[in-house]
Design a protein around this ligand. Sequence first.
Ligand SMILES: Nc1ncnc2c1ncn2[C@@H]1O[C@H](COP(=O)(O)OP(=O)(O)OP(=O)(O)O)[C@@H](O)[C@H]1O
Ligand SMILES: [Mg+2]
Length: 223
Amino acid sequence: MENNLNKNPSAEQQFAVAESYKTIRTNLQFMLAQTPGCKIVTISSPKAGDGKTTNAINVAIAFSQLGKKVLLIDADLRRSSVCKKLKLENNAGLSGVLAGFAAADEVIISVSHSFDVMPAGTTPPNPSEMLASTAMEKLLDSLRMVYDYIILDTPPVGVVSDPLVIAPKTDGIVVILKQGVTRHDDVTKVLDNLELTGIRILGVVLNCTDTPEKYYEYKHSDR
Ligand SMILES: Nc1ncnc2c1ncn2[C@@H]1O[C@H](COP(=O)(O)OP(=O)(O)OP(=O)(O)O)[C@@H](O)[C@H]1O
Ligand SMILES: [Mg+2]
């Protein structure tokens, strides 16, 4: 498998990557537009390292490039990496807000006029319980009033239950699959679990495809 996010991509590769994220954004816009008011998207994948955070960041940026007000929430309270990837300082973050140590507007970092980030904060002893709490529901309800789109980066759904507890509080999930790595039975298991909890599957992204013009493929799942 070719690594398409190499350190020194050619202009052609950079263009292909940017175009792929725009395609994901457009497909998501169509899916969300089917139901008025839908704007909160969970990103997850079967296993660690499938490219959840990379996709969450780039999809959030792609939405913000439309001039929409976008918030990226690092809801991976176990192994957060949004701040590291964006070179931002982790603060009290989502876990601090849910614990009542800080207010949302105290932890949200403005990256650009249309792109904000809520860091994960300190790893709590009980991530699943925190994400399942009514405090999380209330937080999303209040943020829904402020932002056009909210993207949540989460841990792997095939490994921990966090995405299964948080995704029902959002408007749907995008599942990232890694070409050459994700196994068919992992996909079946994840989709079955999502169906059981009634989470709306907004689409599936095939990450790390080896076709240069198709770095990321987006497919809508009718399951
Ligand atoms: N399309 C891609 N091409 C090449 N490398 C990629 C691609 N997508 C992600 N990566 C790289 O793979 C690694 C894992 O990506 P990322 O951190 O986004 O995965 P993750 O699913 O969020 O992992 P975790 O489960 O640990 O949170 C990173 O080094 C990232 O730069
Ligand atoms: Mg991640």
